[in-house]
Design a protein around this ligand. Structure first.
Ligand code: GAL
Length: 925
């Protein structure tokens, strides 16, 4: 596998397209109680969750995958979103931003294993939990073995499974495991679980089948009985989701993943790596809630506490709920999630912590097979120690943390540690919320590590010499003990390191600060360069695979890939500012981004060169806005709404059924037009169901009557008969008795409920009008909604505003656009302008559209950039910056805002902002 991967990486560097056909090597994938294996080699699967559907720019998939890989991950966990590919029964699209074959090729080119998660249900805070909206109008319970639902999901699996199957590791690809369903925990139907697996096997899936159980696996977890999977996993979100109180820890428990089967590895299928922002705190709060100290304490406790060797960190890059992707109850446009990689693809302090842990997990092989072992005894019970041991090598892994994991005390003590190489008194310190995994009895390259109270970042062997990076918290004492048959030669190249040899063991003592360098040679072993750093200096390192083995790079803000040819190291890297790059590789020359970099050889045996940073950039000011009004319910394209029955368990309050899904309008805004013969009616009474933060606006005979908040739920039994109720008084004289009156209603559909409870009352909640009464008038209805005619952007991009149907959101749309009015009227207003972007080709500048601060706004705005709906700016959500991915953004751009205002007012100032500036050798356009 490694040879294949490095070959593919090499082909990439040489600019040769690596096709799946090139991936012809077949491998055996198996597992036992300890881990997965590939061709008999143990794999500790350290993967990050990424949703391609939340990044509508395939070249940026590569950017994110490379960043995930560079953080030390060896896998990605990928949901595949049925509804994203299927706008209507029998219609499936895998082109452009939906080209998942291309996505899987990229995982192969990047060298990442894939856990494929095609649902059919995925949850994921996306509309319908990934079920297509058209499924809402079918009979039979979704997520069960009901025949109608079965026929529907088989359509999807018949398309997605063959793509996944041809990318399996067993066929030379990247897919190492296949996850069925998602947290299928309540209202379960074992036959359905069994049939999903039979279908997968029939479609050629031969890698192990997994499931992610919810809620610490206390509910159905599919570890035995009908529907059981081979590797049952567990989802853990131990810190909960209160991003407003990021210091409050451990709301949901200990966070140690349970073993569910004796014959399968422990799988932390979704382990919390961020949070949804239900409380509108903003994602920085979520990032803090799940920040580096949480990661240290929980992730390391989990590794040692559970012995898990399969991990999926949810989310590693969250991305954007562009268009109508969000499920309305928990999220808004941004799905940043407080992840390690931000929505604008920036690397955070969490990324650094992932790198410190990930490089360790994927370097130190004995971790992939461990049993609980006797723990060292801590002299101070305030410090807790727990151990695992590899039964073949004897290598010990010891977790050290506070007994009370929430305390921030600073405690120093000693462990009485019986290591494989003798009993030792090991000083340890736990300062603040912290945890460490210490290693003893480890064959580190050609060295024997007796013990260290520094943590291992990674190590490589370059031309017969080991290079090892260890680290600890700034200012803490560190000791590393290595065994030799005779006294070795010790040269301290940098930093203050004391050494002593007792005839058997070399002990190095130091204080973690900067980066100390020690060269040890002789003593009956190959030479080793020890690089002893801090959290910060450790995070400056990157480890990259090449055909000649892994190499280390230090100092670049990202290292994407490396290849060695003709004595040159060819690097793809990013720089956020000018600085030094240092490489530990078997080469004499350094090439970065295709350019030879003058480099000098150091006493450490590395090459050091200087790299330039990015040039400053200025973004254009948005000006010269043009305006166009959309009048209520005008124009053509109406469908008669006269249905009297619905498959939804929720029956309407008045007839006809006006649920937008019943008429094939599944996403975004919907216009309704009702006509009746006027009498002496006094009030228009409306019930509409929109999902959280939705609303609707009402006009009668062209006069705006007002707006109301849409409801979120109706009951199957009418417990709450009045969801989303609005009563609008009819002004005197507006109705002419005996003549036809026209009622117009614009309803937002905020997206479809998920179906976590496998319960149609939740999933098949209507969207649109639930009931309308105007006195005793008999109203004839028409409806107009989204149309699926934009294959490039897909069915979730637009709704049914008239301007959307007429293409006003697209670049270069004709018609009469004029000067914006001084005050924006209530109703639908369209604004547009154009701008050029002349950014340097070798710089990655993530751009966002920003709305100025405006606390008292009475409108929502949809942001279209070059026709792509990249944002829904709304009251009740904290988001003001809307990231526009490169790819959607071009050299010449059109930005269009569709604004739905409930009262006249001012539009906030709208500008472009740069959320980063990186010099890069990647081709992101
Ligand atoms: C899990 C679910 C994910 C996502 C997550 C919260 O329960 O499997 O899809 O919804 O919670 O973000």
């Amino acid at each position: 596998m490694r040879t294949l991967r490095t070959l593919l990486a090499l082909l990439m560097v040489l600019g040769v397209a690596a096709t799946p056909a090139a991936a012809s090597e077949r491998h055996d994938v198996a597992y036992d109680r300890y881990s997965l294996t590939v061709d008999g080699q143990r794999v500790l699967l350290w993967s990050g969750e990424f949703h391609y559907f939340r990044l509508p720019s395939p070249e940026l998939w590569r950017d994110v995958l490379q960043k995930i890989k560079a953080a030390g991950f060896n896998g990605v966990s990928l949901y595949f979103h049925w509804g994203y590919h299927s706008p209507a029964p029998g219609v499936y699209d895998f082109s452009g931003v939906r080209d998942v074959d291309r996505l899987l090729r990229m995982t192969e080119e990047t060298g990442l294993y894939v856990v494929a998660r095609p649902g059919p249900y995925i949850n994921a805070e996306t509309t319908g939990g990934g079920l297509p909206a058209w499924l809402k109008t079918t009979e039979g319970r979704a997520r069960s073995s009901d025949p109608t639902y079965t026929a529907a999901y088989r359509e999807w699996l018949s398309r997605i499974n063959p793509i996944l199957a041809r990318h399996q590791v067993t066929r030379g690809g990247s897919v190492i495991a296949y996850n069925v369903e998602n947290e299928y925990a309540v209202n379960v139907d074992p036959l359905y679980m069994e049939q999903l697996q039979q279908k997968a096997r029939a479609d050629g899936i031969d890698v192990p089948i997994t499931h992610n159980a919810c809620c610490n696996a206390d509910l159905a977890n599919w570890s035995s009985g009908q529907g059981a999977v081979q590797i049952p996993g567990v989802d853990d979100y131990p810190n909960g989701f209160d991003c407003q109180n990021p210091d409050t820890w451990g709301a949901w428990g200990e966070g140690v993943t349970r073993r569910l089967r004796d014959d399968a590895p422990v799988y932390a299928a979704e382990y919390q790596a961020g949070a949804i922002d239900g409380a509108n705190a903003g994602y920085e709060g979520c990032r803090e809630l799940t920040g580096p100290d949480f990661m240290k304490v929980y992730y390391k406790s989990n590794v040692i506490g559970s012995g898990a060797t399969m991990f999926g960190y949810y989310m590693t890059f969250g991305g954007t709920n562009w268009g109508w992707l969000p499920q309305p109850n928990d999220v808004y446009t941004s799905y940043d999630y407080g992840s390690a990689i931000t929505e604008s693809r920036g690397l955070t302090a969490k990324y650094d912590e992932f790198k410190r842990q990930g490089l360790f997990m994927t370097t130190v092989a004995p971790l992939a097979k461990t049993d609980p072992g006797p723990a060292p005894v801590s002299a101070d019970p305030a410090v807790f120690a727990q151990a695992r041991v590899n039964p073949d090598t004897g290598t010990q892994f010891v977790l050290v943390r506070h007994a009370d994991r929430k305390t921030s005390a600073d405690v120093s003590t000693t462990l009485a540690w019986s290591t494989p190489d003798g009993a030792h008194q090991v000083p340890v310190r736990v300062g603040g919320r912290d945890a460490k995994i210490l290693v003893a009895g480890y064959d580190l390259g050609g060295q024997r590590l007796v013990w260290s109270n520094s943590e291992i970042l990674t190590h490589v062997t370059v031309q017969g010499r080991d290079v090892a990076v260890l680290y600890g918290r700034e200012g803490e004492q560190g000791s590393t003990v290595l065994r030799y048959s005779s006294k070795p030669r010790v040269r301290v190249l940098d930093g203050a390191v004391r050494s002593s040899f007792d005839g058997k063991d070399l002990k190095l003592d130091y204080t973690h600060s900067g980066l100390a360098r020690v060269l040890v040679s002789g003593g009956g072993r190959p030479p080793v360069l020890l690089l002893l750093g801090t959290d910060q200096t450790a995070a400056e390192f990157w480890r990259l695979d090449t055909a000649k083995g892994p190499v280390l790079v230090r100092g670049t803000s990202l290292a994407r890939s490396a290849a060695i040819s003709g004595g040159r190291l060819e690097l793809e890297a990013d720089m956020d500012e000018a600085g030094e790059v240092e490489t530990f590789a078997p080469v004499s020359r350094l090439v970065v981004g295709g350019r030879l970099v003058p480099a000098r050889r150091t006493a450490s045996g590395s090459l050091v060169g200087k790299l330039a940073g990015p040039r400053p950039v200025t973004l254009p000011v948005l000006s010269q806005w043009q305006y166009r009004a959309e009048s209520p319910a005008s124009g053509s394209g109406w469908t008669v709404a006269d249905k009297t029955t619905t498959a939804s368990p929720i029956k309407p309050k008045t007839l006809p059924v006006l649920y937008s899904d019943e008429y094939g309008f599944h996403h975004g805004n919907v216009w309704y037009r009702g006509t009746f013969t006027a009498g002496a009616e006094k009030t228009v009474s409306v019930n509409a169901i929109t999902g959280r933060r939705g609303n609707y606006l009402v006009w009668l005979n062209g006069r705006y009557l007002g707006s109301a908040a849409g409801g979120t739920e109706a009951d199957a039994e009418p417990v709450n008969p009045d969801p989303g109720r609005g009563d609008f008084a009819i002004p005197d004289g507006l109705l002419k008795p005996g003549s036809t009156a026209t009622l117009s209603v614009l309803v937002t559909n905020m997206g479809h409920n998920d179906n976590w409870t496998a319960d149609d009352v939740r999933f098949k909640q209507p969207r649109g009008l639930y009931g309308v009464t105007v006195g005793d008038a008999r109203i004839s209805w028409q409806i107009r909604g989204s149309r699926y005619d934009d294959v490039e952007r897909g069915s979730l991009n637009t709704g049914g505003l008239y301007g959307e149907l007429a293409g006003w959101h697209l670049p270069g749309s004709g018609g009469r656009w004029s000067q914006p009015p001084a005050s924006m009227p209530a109703g639908v207003s369209w604004y547009r302008t154009t701008f050029g972007l002349d950014l340097p080709e070798d710089q990655d500048v993530p751009v966002a559209v920003r709305f100025g601060e405006q606390p008292d706004r009475k409108y929502r705005a949809f942001v279209f950039v070059n026709g792509w709906n990249v944002g829904h700016y709304m009251t009740g959500a904290p988001q003001r910056d809307f990231v526009v991915p490169t790819g959607v953004l071009r050299r010449s751009n059109t930005i269009v805002l569709a604004v739905v205002a409930t009262e006249p007012g001012e539009l906030a100032p709208v500008s472009l902002v740069a959320l980063g500036n990186h010099r890069t050798s990647a081709h992101l356009r």
